[in-house]
Design a protein. Sequence first.
Length: 432
Amino acid sequence: MINRRQLLLGSAAGLVSARLGSQSASAQASTSQATQAPAAAATNDLPYTPVVTPNGRTLPYRMRDGVKEFHLIAEEVDHEFAEGTRIKAWGYNGTTPGPTLEAVEGDRVRIYVTNRLQEPTTVHWHGLILPFGMDGVAGLTQRAIPPGESWVYEFTLNQHGTHMYHPHSDEMLQMAMGMMGMFIIHPRQQDSSHRIDRDFALLLHNWAIHPGTYRPDPSVMTDFDLWTINSKVFPAIAPLLAQTGERVRVRIGNLSMMNHPMHMHGVQFDVTGSDGGRWPQAQWRKEVTEIIGVGQTRDLEFTAIAGDWPLHCHMSHHTMNAMGHELPVTTGVNQGELERQIRQMIPGYMAMGEHGMSEHQAHIDAGHMRGPENTLPMMGGQGAFGPMEMGGMFTLIKVRDQLDGNNDPGWFEPPQGTQAYRVNSVPEDVPV
């Protein structure tokens, strides 16, 4: 197989191999293309605010004799990270991540699992306190679920918090293929002093999708090329919508293979809980960046302030798409002669990176260079003032004084006198 190093030689933009195929530059469109996260405000008949999973959904249930019944179907799914990259993934009920499970502390749940894969699987309820035989570990707590069979897990929810589910059978491969989801358990006794108006669930993951391929590579341990929130990359990640003054909770789970320092612009948030439940208020702490470790969850709460505020991993290579690794550094290098030689093999090739990578998105948006088949450009997204040059684990929290339902409000317009501006000169007496 042609690897990334062979494909990307000679271009810091990582797009030398045009002959592998073409892709649409429309993947660089604005975030308005992303499916909007429904705005679940606190005006409902439930004792809690329902969780919204951007680009996803909550799994419905049926009440039977006082038990909440759910049905998860493990199966192969067609998945699109953003326009320009589609794969054959594995997931639940037609999606990766699978639908979010949502219940209340004290509920009795009965979860049917049907295996439509061609190999055995299980479901492990990550962080839940339950009977040993319901823990979902193949060969230890149960026989793995063979292809074509349906099994059932039944237990009482003895806790509350932000939890996850995933296989514990052929775990490395099945999780690398996308099998995971969120399990939200609301407390039986709600905290009336800090009522949540908007509640969002985000699941972090990583993928190795080699150029021109259509299935994840589970053998990759560290050199991933797509970093996702709810299995989407920017600019296809739906923004989180809220109104000014509302209390917002963002629940973040991490089932990737790397820790992620999640940074939120515009506010100091409170870290209020984890898979151990909502913490006593005396344990809350103010942060602007919170590291979400592998296998951990964290709850971030804040009061919404008007603006289009980024939320992203602060490892800068996690906010880019289709990355190449161990490439020669071209910053400061005149590639004119190399460009001439490569054009003899690949007409239209353009060397990039001598003066930085900012030109990469502009060239891709203009259609100057086509990348490998089924491969996204590294940077994308158009903001109100030009290219945003982002990708991967990056989204926006869009806050307005008044929202129009679940509709994207467009770009925020800074009030007069509150935006950076150009000057003709800098006063000479300003020290440097």
